[in-house]
Design a protein around this ligand. Structure first.
Ligand SMILES: Nc1ncnc2c1ncn2[C@@H]1O[C@H](COP(=O)(O)OP(=O)(O)OP(=O)(O)O)[C@@H](O)[C@H]1O
Ligand SMILES: [Mg+2]
Length: 255
């Protein structure tokens, strides 16, 4: 991957929180690059600092030290090229699928006609054609996630950040959403940073996997995953890599 164009670069990102007058380190000197159009997976145990790091990249959390570069330029705060699908999906209950999906361009003052056309394209892309007027309470968990993904794409970002988007779904829906997100990525070719604590999911999706240790988040290892798609979780190569990463992964003891 040496010749690939760098889209995003994290340089020595560190984050402390002050808890009871003491500094608690949550992100420990993280540096890595994200290539243009790649599907990058960040894999780490629960509470290791994944969401905090993503929030820093998305500009909704201050960093304590370090820098974020987008296309070679240092950025601060939110940026229109970066859009996030949150761990807690956060659809507005009083808005329909269309209303939730078009919210980004609506706030930016894009005309109704143009923003509806864009939103419609992505509603259809995530397989929700016919549900434009449905409200969140009428949707299943998987459908809500689809709206979250359509909403993020409607913002027309260069980089999509997905924070454990399928963590709350049942196993079967999760598998089909994993297939869907690969299909969408192959179609749209945007840079995706996908966070999970699930090794199988990471191996099914990622072109590269960045493995974090337990809190404070730190890069433990970066894996290039060259398996062909569609990947098969029963393939020898898949199982071999799964074992290799599993042996290197810290266990989340929930303490
Ligand atoms: N505002 C805050 N103040 C103090 N500590 C915080 C704050 N936000 C997060 N933390 C701490 O940072 C650590 C990492 O949290 P984070 O939510 O990033 O974990 P995570 O890896 O995303 O976990 P999960 O897989 O459960 O989503 C946790 O110990 C959490 O308590
Ligand atoms: Mg999290």
């Amino acid at each position: 991957m040496a010749n690939r164009e760098i889209k995003l670069k994290l340089e020595n990102i560190t984050k402390y929180y002050e808890v009871k007058k003491k500094n608690v380190l949550v992100v420990d000197d993280i540096s890595f690059e994200v290539y243009k159009n790649e599907f990058l997976v960040i894999l780490g145990p629960g509470l290791c600092g994944k969401t905090v790091l993503l929030n820093i990249i998305a500009g909704i959390e201050e960093l304590s030290s370090g820098s974020v570069f987008l296309d070679g330029e240092k950025i601060h705060g939110t940026h229109k090229s970066i859009s996030m699908v949150f761990q807690k999906i956060g659809l507005l209950p009083w808005k329909t699928v269309m209303g939730n999906t078009e919210i980004g361009p609506k706030f930016s003052g894009v005309s109704v006609k143009i923003r509806r056309k864009t939103a419609q394209k992505f509603i259809e892309m995530v397989g929700l054609k016919g549900f434009e007027d449905a409200y969140p309470h009428q949707l299943s968990g998987g459908m809500k996630q689809r709206v979250g993904i359509a909403r993020a794409y409607t913002n027309n970002p260069d980089i999509l950040i997905l924070d454990e988007p399928f963590g709350q779904l049942d196993a079967q829906t999760r598998y089909s959403m994993q297939e869907e997100i690969i299909r969408i990525w192959e179609m749209e070719k945007k840079t995706i940073i996908f966070v999970t604590n699930n090794i199988e999911e990471a191996l099914y999706l990622g072109e590269r996997i960045i493995l974090f240790g337990k809190c404070p988040a730190k890069v433990k290892e970066i894996y290039d995953i060259q398996m062909e798609r569609p990947r098969n979780i029963m393939d020898t190569e898949f199982l071999k890599l799964r074992k290799k990463i599993s042996n290197n992964m810290d266990i989340d003891l929930g303490v």
